[in-house]
Design a protein around this ligand. Structure first.
Ligand code: CTP
Ligand code: ZN
Length: 156
């Protein structure tokens, strides 16, 4: 493909690139990261762009922001396989893909209001992954199963 035919979002000087996001999930990833229009950071978002690996994908570039491990685990729940590139001085200094952990502790509310994790007992939520594609999590306590849409709604 020639340069004119490929989509280019400007390179960033310093920050984080989240690439190979499953198409249509960029806005959920932004929600998880609490990135809103008044955040005061420069954020570029490409939705529904061509990818060699995925067919179509979404991409997010956040300037001046590094993600912590809890944020990376949350991203993995809605965008398993996304590639994270840490950029400094215009160079990619670190690159890895996010993988959903086998056990998810504390970053998600159980969608069952009667679950012991929701009734003021001071019990941390805990889920195991029962399926990866699509992702399904099962509550360790009440066995409620949650799929992507519910997972997104209940990330804390
Ligand atoms: N990137 C950026 N700013 C930079 C350097 C890289 O925005 N200063 C972005 C690239 O656009 C790409 C990602 O960071 O989305 C990874 O960069 P690189 O490894 O150089 O790109 P590719 O090899 O093209 O990526 P891949 O093979 O992962 O698709
Ligand atoms: Zn539960």
């Amino acid at each position: 493909m020639s340069e004119e035919q490929t989509l280019k979002i400007e390179k960033i000087q310093k920050g984080t690139v989240i690439d190979h996001i499953p198409v249509g999930r960029a806005l959920q990833v932004l929600k998880i990261l609490n990135i809103y229009s008044d955040i005061g950071l420069t954020v570029s978002i490409a939705i529904h762009v061509k990818s060699k690996k995925l067919g179509l994908k979404d991409v997010i570039k956040i300037e001046e922001r590094i993600l912590d491990s809890s944020e990376l685990n949350k991203i993995a729940l809605v965008a398993e396989g996304a590639t994270i590139s840490i950029v400094d001085n215009f160079e990619v200094i670190k690159k890895f893909s996010v993988k959903a952990p086998e056990v998810v502790i504390g970053i998600l509310r159980c969608s069952n209001p009667r679950c012991i994790t929701n009734t003021g007992e001071n019990v941390k939520s805990s889920f195991i992954i029962t399926s990866k594609d699509p992702i399904i999590l099962k509550c360790h306590y009440c066995e409620r199963e949650m799929e992507t849409d519910e997972i997104i709604e209940n990330i804390v």
